[in-house]
Design a protein around this ligand. Structure first.
Ligand code: CMP
Length: 136
């Protein structure tokens, strides 16, 4: 079934000029770009986006990182978009990343991990709404 998902190209990858390359990879894997937004997270918007991680030991570090520079958000579409994008992005844990994933190619570590992808169709709906219909 055709689905929607969200990919955030995070500040580390934007600073290193990987935006074009990452968009090309998504296109080569059958995703259609439906919308794109260049944005700057502040503490309030980053806290809202990552509310499910509040209280975790990495939470403050994650908010600092997401506010540290420009983010590029992509609204992507394809059949099974959520699962296929998670597969293409690769695991959060550097030890578990397959070689051809976006994180294996561009991530520096666990927090500075180049990209975020929605983890379920429900998350995709929420996150696409926040980024493209909210006040981010
Ligand atoms: P993301 O897919 O954006 O979802 C939550 C983010 O929190 C994750 O990518 C990482 O950037 C960060 N993160 C998750 N787990 C850890 C961890 N154990 N230590 C530090 N940062 C983490």
């Amino acid at each position: 079934m055709t689905e929607q998902s969200l990919l955030l190209i995070k500040p580390d990858a934007v600073k290193k000029n990987h935006v074009g390359h990452i968009i090309t990879i998504t296109e080569q894997h059958g995703f259609t770009l439906k919308n794109i937004k260049v944005l700057q997270f502040d503490r309030k918007s980053a806290a809202e986006f990552y509310m499910m991680h509040e209280g975790k030991e990495f939470y403050e570090q994650l908010l600092d990182f997401m506010c540290s520079g420009t983010t590029v958000a992509l609204h992507l579409e394809r059949v099974d978009a959520v699962a296929k994008l998670l597969e293409l992005v690769g695991d959060t844990d550097p030890e578990k990343r397959s070689p051809n994933t976006i994180r294996a190619m561009f991530a520096d570590g666990v927090t500075k991990n180049a990209v975020h992808a929605s983890d379920s169709p429900l998350s995709a709906k929420r996150e696409l709404g926040l980024i493209f219909k909210g006040a981010f």
